[in-house]
Ligand binder design. Structure first.
Ligand code: ADP
Length: 236
């Protein structure tokens, strides 16, 4: 499972202010939530790891050699072909990746099972809820064999039950892969999850949520309160 390290990464969009100034952190394997205010650079961070954007400094993704890192990316907004069923769509993605017919079937079935969608696999995408479509998006990334998944705010716009379902799916997938998941909902995060907090162009914190609580909060505070307390102490 890949491990992600950034060393002194700086980045600014053309004509824009600095998004990152000497950002350094190390995380993985497993599930890491990337949190921070709107505009703190969550999407930019994922796109730097993806290689869509180039900054200065080093981004090291190590797995089991080159074959050990296959990337899957789920942007905030993505379109799906509404007329296809979930299975047809995921099979199509696996086929494009060059799998043979037999493998395509198996991989699609396993991927849809991993996101708890095997019962809706033969429904058209047009008939699925927003939360299910996000899970189809994750299934298609899994079908490519990715063991490093970058998911950009997958819980936005979902209701509490859909969010809980998705959290369970992410936690399970994270047991055997590396996931970087951006969110601005602290409620998505458990005490034992790893979080990377972006603030002021830097990694304000990277570690287990409960460690952030130990350092900046007190028992009984919500994680969101702890986040605010840390932010105030460090930046205001
Ligand atoms: P987040 O995902 O945390 O909301 P982003 O990574 O989207 O943050 O944005 C970080 C900063 O970079 C913001 O100030 C945003 O306005 C700016 N930004 C994002 N995308 C672009 C772009 N394509 N061109 C110029 N500036 C951008």
């Amino acid at each position: 499972m890949p491990h992600i390290t950034m060393e002194n990464v700086s980045f600014a969009y053309r004509h824009g202010r600095d998004v990152f100034r000497s950002l350094s952190f190390s995380t993985g394997p497993g599930l890491t939530y990337v949190v921070g205010e709107n505009g703190s650079g969550k999407t930019t961070l994922l796109r730097l790891i993806l290689g869509q954007l180039k900054g200065s400094g080093d981004i090291i993704v190590d797995g089991n050699g080159d074959t050990g890192r296959k990337l899957g990316y789920l942007p905030q907004r993505f379109a799906v072909p509404a007329a296809l069923t979930a299975r047809e769509f995921v099979e199509y993605i696996a086929w494009v990746k060059g799998l043979d017919r037999e493998a395509v079937r198996t991989v699609a079935q396993v991927s849809l099972e991993s996101v708890n969608l095997s019962e809706r696999a033969d429904d058209r995408l047009a008939a699925l809820s927003g939360g299910m479509i996000r899970r189809v998006g994750i299934a298609q990334a899994l079908a490519t064999g990715a063991n490093l998944l970058l998911l950009d705010e997958p819980t936005v716009g979902l209701d509490p039950l859909q969010r809980a379902e998705l959290r369970g799916v992410l936690r399970r997938i994270g047991e055997s892969r590396t996931l970087l998941v951006s969110t601005n909902l602290m409620a998505d995060i458990d005490e034992t999850d790893t979080i990377l907090v972006l603030a002021d162009g830097q990694a304000a914190f990277c570690g287990q949520a409960q460690e952030m609580r130990k350092e900046f909060g007190s028992p009984g505070m919500t994680l969101e309160d702890v986040f605010v307390a840390m932010y105030r102490r460090k930046f205001l």
